[in-house]
Design a protein around this ligand. Structure first.
Ligand SMILES: [Zn+2]
Length: 180
């Protein structure tokens, strides 16, 4: 999957979670949740030289990770998600921010594994328990199906926003407006 798809799906899950559990806004500012989940959604492909985060500032992390795995190895597993979310938590703790901010990062990370599972290569979800890759084989990276999937997610986000405005007094949009 390309990085736009991953970001969209991560953001969609945050919209869905906050709309489903409106009290979340009291614990994590919505805009932080979106940014943190987008970062989480991009993070697993740090194991690929052409990954979105594998260049620029994140290059050294990518090089170190790539010494330990090939593409879609342990980084694409629940263990990888926990590992990097704990590191994200440590960074957050260092900056005296609320540890809960690591939760959207974890959600974004898992969203990446979910969308990668839709393509033929599959995802090694249960590493190191098994090396088996789980896949649904619906969407090839960069294919027309991926564009359709992106449109579906965008439609889903729009649907949540419409629901939010009609039934929840525009809670999510107000939360965004207050932060920018
Ligand atoms: Zn990936």
């Amino acid at each position: 999957m390309i990085h736009t798809t991953h970001i969209l799906f991560g953001v969609f899950l945050i919209f869905a979670s906050f709309e489903g559990y409106p009290s979340s806004i009291a614990y994590i500012p919505f805009i932080y949740a979106i940014s943190s989940s987008a970062l989480g959604a991009l993070f697993p492909d740090i194991d690929h030289p052409n990954g979105y985060l594998s260049r620029g500032n994140w290059r050294l992390i990518s090089l170190s990770v790539r010494k330990t795995t090939s593409h879609r190895g342990w980084t694409h597993s629940i263990s990888g998600a926990v590992f990097f979310s704990v590191i994200a938590g440590a960074v957050i703790w260092y900056y005296n921010a609320d540890l809960l901010y690591a939760v959207p990062f974890f959600i974004g990370y898992i969203s990446h594994l979910m969308s990668d599972s839709l393509n033929p290569t599959g995802v090694n979800w249960l590493w190191p328990i098994t090396r088996k890759k789980f896949r649904i084989n619906l969407i090839k990276t960069g294919s027309k199906q991926e564009s359709i999937f992106q449109s579906g997610i965008s439609f889903g986000i729009s649907g949540i926003i419409a629901y939010d405005v009609m039934f929840n007094a525009g809670m999510l949009l107000n939360a965004i407006r207050q932060m920018i």
